[in-house]
Write a protein of this length. Sequence first.
Length: 412
Amino acid sequence: MQDKSIELLLVEDNPAEARLLQDYLRAVTSKQFSLVHVEDLAAACDRLSSESFDLILLDLTLPDSKGLETLEAMIGKAPSLPIVVLTNTDDEELAVELVRRGAQDYLVKRQVNRELLVRSVCYAIERKQAAEALRKAKDELEIRIAERTTQLAKTNEELKAANKAKSEFFTNISHELRTPLNSILGFAQVLQRADNLIPEHKESIDIIYQSGNHLLTMINDIVNLSKIEAGKMHLDPQYLPLPEFLKTVVEILRIKAEQKVISLTYQPTSSLPAVIHADEKRLRQVLINLLGNAIKFTEKGGVTFKVAMLHVKESSAYPEASIRFEIADTGIGIAPEQLEKIFLPFEQAGNSRNKAEGIGLGLAISQKIVQMMGSILQVQSQLGEGSVFWMDLDLQVVTGIPRSHPSLPDSE
């Protein structure tokens, strides 16, 4: 089967040179060429309006157009067709400029032979086809990107609206739940103080109070997570006496450790700063969650809480200390396949009894809070041997503030 004829438009005002090019093409046996010859730019434009071609052979010097203007006119008339320029001038700078402006090749007439002409025509067509395919692919990609961007923007707006609605729902429902729940907890506390309760009733009231507290914690966790996801949780750093703060946190958790008959060891280094600039509420929330988890998942042995200053970076205002908070336990440990999931919402490690004590939001919330503080919670664990959680926080060290400063909490 013979290949399709390659349709060429030759724009050349010299009949002798036109005949020579035609003779070259007729002598080619490997391909079939069909050549239409015109002598000026106007005639070329008329032919391009009524006929289809694969390539234009263009002399730059014509009766009605000369130089680069000739090339620009042809490209304007047939932007998708490859153009091979024919000229009498062997000028490297002109050749580069012609290619830069859109020509596919540049031939000096006196140097042209059959092989060079055929090779130039075929390569020019292939290059133009490749360029067109690339341009079309680029245009299609840009269209898809634009469509995807629009779709993502719409989805993002929908997600923002959904998050806002979810946040408002949780805020409203938490208020509706907290009001009766606080009443239940309050009356349970009153009943716990009664002197005339038989042991069975006292145990039941204790269960009511513990269950109510558990429910209140879950409500607070859900509200906190929804605030973080909606971007409504912000840090509020204040002057904080670090040693006193840490002792208070440990004492809060010591009761839980004593109830389980395990040890809770606090090991601060002597180099800890006296006062830092940090969000006391959120730092306490993270530490209580980590220590509480360590105690919850430890049945024998104990929990060790280490706080150490890694280094201090001096600045123009206040020095900044890198402080590591590390909680290690001798508990049940975490399986390797669970380590990647424990910081996700509603993911829990441990047995069914431990899981029943929470809904798997504590670590997710703690991780997000630590990330807001510019760090990340890290963990190492060995199943059956225990776990170590730690975070390195860069905190401002505050000096020169009297202990009675009104922004400092009462440490007595």
